[in-house]
Design a protein. Structure first.
Lengths: 571, 172
């Protein structure tokens, strides 16, 4: 190997990022990272996106990573710069999003001295990172960055924090690129156990009432084509979690839509009545299972996951397969001895579909979120990248927008972070070139990272920002109505909400508002046809609308509430 | 049921903290945790004693394995193992009981490591149950201070059984 030249930590930082093919950094400069920003001034192989708040940077990196499958990169300064990233890191941890967060740090000799802008970010983020590094010798910098990207993107992906003390960035050492790295304690298992897979294939082919329960892992493993081929060939019903939506085409007749708390009636009935539940890259989250003691009790359970800790964590399973779901699905497909005979089971499922279809009140002619989403789905033919915030609109998106493709519903599933949508959509728009990117927020969440609209404008991000304004924190209001004696405590935003159109106008973003059903198509088309920058539409919708069906928190499927008129009615 | 888990971790910045944080983040309850050097330069051994049912222990082992710094995890409970703990126990004494304390110390095969005219410090080593017994016996005399090391453990070497020689029968 040729003996290499001496470089500063900042130079090595960019050399290492170049090796990882980084295209974008979402960042905000500060004292501890000045040297990096000095170098960045002359760097042209990647683009730095200046955010307006560091939380925005982490969500943008998440949006970019979720939409493309690549690692999202964040660069912030020490102290408050670092602590502002915490929510985004926790969000990425819960949803297994590969991001690497570089935080500036005070010089190593000052660590622990309560120096200016010092925060123990490694300590703060320890329970919410897949791994973290404090660089204590500039010689370690290049291999550390290599390890960080490898750990973030392999196995079950997740966020990695790399803390960079100022003197590490400034000091020099000889740089050698390390192609191969070894981490003794980290060897993700990609190949599922073949005998287990064969056993699973036999059980699936003999099942009378099988059900595929698909989670975000299928999308992360890029296993959507394998899943689609498998389900279609063997005529298997597919239900998806919030993060799994898009893994299987939503309009396909084998798709039962989402399961769980706000899942379809028929998918929850199918879970409750199946004799075989095949979990693919899902983790039996409490929003899916409700009361675990009553969840799919009579079903034989097969669980495919790359993370061994996901198995037997919430629900005990009969046949675990640890491995990459893409490889496992391929092996499973080729091991299948026959097609299961499940016509009766399909009759049963279709019966539930007819018994309780998804619908909503249209009699008063007022504007409802469900309608907007149906129209959006129609106009974009289910091909848009929809970036959801958290709350009622998120559940309506899951119910009414039929996603054709994986990586097209981006949202905060595990952590439920309000304020996710606006920055995540901007981040996604840098990675997605061939599809429209649409951010949908409620009036509450929209205000949580509203400052990033400036980033969108500054970068001419072609994002349609939709604000579903019901003047309430709608989902909390729904729980208050159903379970908290109708005390609408601090959920009414109506009188204090700003004029969203004026905010958009102040930023130079074309903005419209309506409360009329008749204007929905026109405005959506206007926005979708604007490709040279962001647009904003405010839809003023019915205030008191509630999301149904609903399985109350901790309840069983049999406690499902189907409509408001008679919330006590049990199924 | 109590489980003794032994793990080898990278001797790197924050490795111990990650293990400790995992226990608090997941809400597992620890009885004891120890860490020390091993025969390999950059690897430390941690011994963790924890109680829980099979599902909890299974999760603990998997969660420990999941940490990047963890090189190997063994649940020693399933194996034949040697467990030891060391206790330093300072007991106050009145005139006349010193002999009794020394006798107790002898029974537990302890060492007297410090003495003055008011108190005596004993060093007792053994399996945790033995330490508990010693503490129990010494308690009535008045324990002034006590420090326990926590459990360290190793798997016992596999016993290779030599085939028994067949009884030689004298040929008639």
């Amino acid at each position: 190997m040729a003996k290499s030249k001496k470089l500063t930590g900042a130079d090595i930082f960019f050399e290492a990022l170049k090796r990882e093919n980084v295209e974008y950094i979402f960042g905000y400069p500060g004292g501890a990272t000045l040297k990096i920003y000095e170098k960045l001034y002359d760097i042209d192989f990647l683009k730095h996106i200046l955010v307006r708040h560091e939380q925005g940077a982490t969500h943008m990196a998440e949006g970019y990573a979720k939409a493309t499958g690549k690692v999202g990169v964040v660069l912030v300064t020490s102290g408050p710069g670092a602590t502002n990233t915490v929510t985004g890191i926790a969000d990425a941890y819960m949803d297994s999003v590969p991001i690497v967060v570089f935080t500036g740090q005070v010089p190593t000799h000052l660590i622990g001295n309560d120096a200016f802008q010092e925060a123990d970010i490694i300590g703060i983020t320890r329970p919410i990172t897949k791994h973290s590094f404090l660089v204590r010798d500039v010689k370690d910098l290049a291999p550390t960055i290599r390890k960080a990207f490898y750990i973030a993107s392999s196995g079950r992906p997740g966020p990695v924090v790399v803390d960079l003390p100022k003197n590490m960035i400034n000091s020099e050492c000889e740089y050698e690129f390390t192609e191969k790295i070894t981490i003794r304690g980290y060897k993700p298992n990609y190949n599922g156990h073949l005998n287990q897979i064969k056993k699973a294939a036999k059980i699936i082919s003999e099942a009378k009432k099988p059900l595929l329960y698909v989670g975000g892992g299928v999308i992360m493993a890029d296993a959507a084509p394998e899943l689609t081929a498998f389900a279609r060939e063997f005529n298997l019903p597919v239900t998806m979690t919030l993060l799994g939506l898009g893994a299987f085409p939503g309009r396909d007749e084998l798709s039962l839509g989402m399961l769980g708390m706000h899942g379809t009636y028929w998918s929850n009935q199918a879970v409750n009545n199946c004799d075989l539940l095949v979990s693919l890259g899902a983790r039996f989250d409490d929003r899916v299972t409700g009361k675990v003691e009553t969840f799919a009790t009579q079903a034989y359970k097969i669980h495919v996951d790359i993370d061994p800790t996901a198995i037997d964590k919430n629900v005990l399973v009969d046949l675990p397969i640890v491995g990459d779901v893409k490889k496992v699905l391929k092996d499973l497909h080729s091991s299948m001895p026959g097609v299961p005979q499940i016509d009766d089971w399909w009759d049963e499922i279709n019966g539930w579909k007819e018994e309780c279809p998804m619908d909503y009140d249209v009699s008063d002619g007022k504007l409802r979120t469900q309608y907007i989403l149906e129209r959006l789905c129609e106009l974009t033919e289910g091909n848009a990248v929809v970036v959801s915030d958290v709350g009622q609109h998120q559940m309506y998106i899951a119910q009414y927008y039929k996603f054709n493709n994986p990586r097209s519903l981006l949202n905060s599933g595990g952590l439920g972070t309000m304020g996710f949508s606006v920055p995540a959509a901007i981040g996604a728009s840098f990675g997605v070139k061939d599809k429209p990117v649409i951010s949908i927020s409620g009036d509450g969440g929209f205000q949580m990272n509203i400052q990033e609209l400036i980033t969108a404008k500054a970068n001419k991000s072609p994002v349609t920002f939709i604000v579903i304004n019901n003047s309430f924190l709608g989902m909390v209001r729904q729980w208050q109505e159903l379970f908290h004696a109708e005390k609408y405590s601090f959920t009414d935003l109506g009188s204090s909400n700003p004029d969203f159109v004026k905010i958009g106008a102040a930023l130079g973003i074309p903005s419209w508002s309506t409360d009329k059903v008749s204007e929905v198509d026109t405005l959506l088309e206007k926005a979708l046809n604007t490709e040279d920058g962001p647009t904003l539409i405010e839809f003023k919708v019915v205030k008191e609308e509630m999301v149904f069906p609903m399985v109350p928190s901790g309840g069983s499927i049999s406690d499902m509430i189907l409509e408001r008129l008679n919330p006590k009615r049990m199924v | 049921m109590k489980h003794t888990i032994s793990l080898l971790v990278e001797n790197s910045f924050g490795a111990f903290d990650r293990v400790a944080t995992m226990f608090s983040a997941k809400g597992f309850n620890l009885h004891s945790i120890t860490i020390g050097e091993t025969e390999i330069q950059d690897i430390s051994r941690m011994t963790i004693v924890i109680s829980g049912d099979d599902q909890i222990i299974g999760q603990v082992v998997k969660q420990l394995n999941r940490l990047i710094d963890t090189v190997k995890v063994y649940d020693l409970t399933k194996n034949d193992r040697t467990e030891r703990e060391l206790a330093l126990i300072t007991v106050l004494y009145q005139k006349g009981v010193l002999e009794e304390l020394k006798n107790i110390n002898d029974i537990f095969r302890g060492k007297v490591v410090d003495i003055n005219n008011k108190s005596i410090t004993l060093e007792i080593t053994g399996p945790p149950a033995k330490i508990n017994a010693a503490v129990n016996v010494l308690m009535p005399y008045g324990i002034k201070e006590m420090a326990r090391s926590g459990t360290v453990a190793l798997k016992r070497g596999e016993q290779i059984r030599q085939p028994r020689k067949e009884l030689e029968t004298t040929k008639l």
